[in-house]
Design a protein around this ligand. Sequence first.
Ligand SMILES: [Zn+2]
Ligand SMILES: [Zn+2]
Length: 154
Amino acid sequence: MNQTLSESKELLFNKAKDFCEDKGVRFTPLRAKVYQILLQEDASIGAYDILDKLKLIEDSAKPPTVYRALDFFLELGLVHKVESTNTFKACHHFGCSHPVQFLICDTCGDVKEISSEGVKETLERQALQSNFKIMTQTIEAHGICNQCQGTGIS
Ligand SMILES: [Zn+2]
Ligand SMILES: [Zn+2]
């Protein structure tokens, strides 16, 4: 079942499974399938695209099946929502709460999660000045990825 995942993604898959076990929540076979679909994508993926892929292996899958699984993963921090495109992306360093910063390529759809402590600190400092308590931070930057910049100019 895991043969379509690269070695590093398979490690992440097992890590997620252990993470759920530690938390006492169930990493059900269905959740595992949804998570695998998310892991296979380098781009972020919309709920209905997940459903299309899930239906190939689980023909009884319905939209609520996917939404329930996504809510489960979002709550645990295993998956992030990309708000600006209403899509989802597996987090590669879950287990700690961290600000979410995405570099989103508008040409190929690739989504890269980065972690910039400087951005986090600046935002927190300014929030403090306004006596504002930050609960979550998500920064989404749109542009053209390295690979797409290189195409067509050779
Ligand atoms: Zn993350
Ligand atoms: Zn690109």
